[in-house]
Write a protein that binds this ligand. Structure first.
Ligand SMILES: Nc1nc2c(c(=O)[nH]1)N[C@H]1C(S)=C(S)[C@@H](COP(=O)(O)O)O[C@H]1N2
Ligand SMILES: [Mo]
Length: 206
């Protein structure tokens, strides 16, 4: 369970416990980097939503984008501050009527290439610190960081109301979102990482 607001630890400073600052942007993932073919690529949303959605790359790349500055925190203990991203927020998709969760939707499973998945509570993917990111540092994502699309989650300094989770909770090479009533552990969660992954509570492993 997520800690309630009263239990949430005080965020003192920007570096969570056990983390150190990195200027570099390390690349971490399991398995090979998938190819990207803009002609056949699709982004799908299904499960507990009013209407399933399929967008081509052409359609996805024309959606209105949000710019977001995040501090990233990897479970392997590096943190990178003030990273600038651009992409589509779930709030935008909801406002456009493209993604409308049903009353039974409580979790969202990110589905990426090669069957990789990452699970989060629905309130985290709809929050201001989660983005369907297409650009990093003003440029389209590189293949190693998840091109053309990745789920991305980080912390926003001063926003003590948000749930901050480790970077593994964002899937690179994202191909779809499945809205579900019941939680289902993702790839790293099944490998022993903590399901909730709160960076301030150091929820690294289960
Ligand atoms: N598809 C996919 N996404 C993934 C992973 C992976 O193995 N496959 N690993 C996660 C982990 S453990 C981390 S730390 C971040 C790393 O993102 P980066 O390589 O851009 O730093 O990607 C996350 N997203
Ligand atoms: Mo990781």
């Amino acid at each position: 369970m997520k800690p309630s607001t009263e239990e949430r630890p005080i965020k003192s400073g920007r570096i969570p416990p056990g983390q150190f600052l990195s200027k570099r942007f390390p690349v971490l993932h399991y398995g090979p980097i998938p190819p990207f073919d803009p002609e056949t690529w699709t982004f799908r949303v299904w499960g507990e939503v009013e209407k399933p959605l399929t967008l081509t790359w052409q359609e996805f790349s024309q959606l209105p984008r949000t710019t977001l500055t995040l501090d990233l925190h990897c479970v392997t203990k590096w943190s990178k501050l003030d990273t600038v991203w651009e992409g589509v927020s779930l709030k935008t998709l909801q406002e456009l009527g493209l993604v409308v969760p049903t009353a039974d939707a409580h979790y969202v499973i990110q589905h990426a290439e090669y069957g990789f998945t990452a699970n989060l509570p629905i309130e985290v993917v709809f929050a201001d610190n989660f983005l369907l990111a297409t650009h990093y540092d003003g440029k389209p994502l590189t293949a190693e960081h998840g091109a053309p699309l990745r789920g991305l989650v980080g912390s926003i300094p001063g926003r003590d109301d948000l749930n901050d989770v480790y970077l593994w909770k964002g899937a690179k090479w994202l191909r779809g979102l499945e809205f579900v009533a019941q939680d289902r552990p993702g790839f790293w969660e099944r490998a022993g990482y903590h399901n909730d992954a709160d960076i301030w509570l150091e929820e690294r492993t289960a």
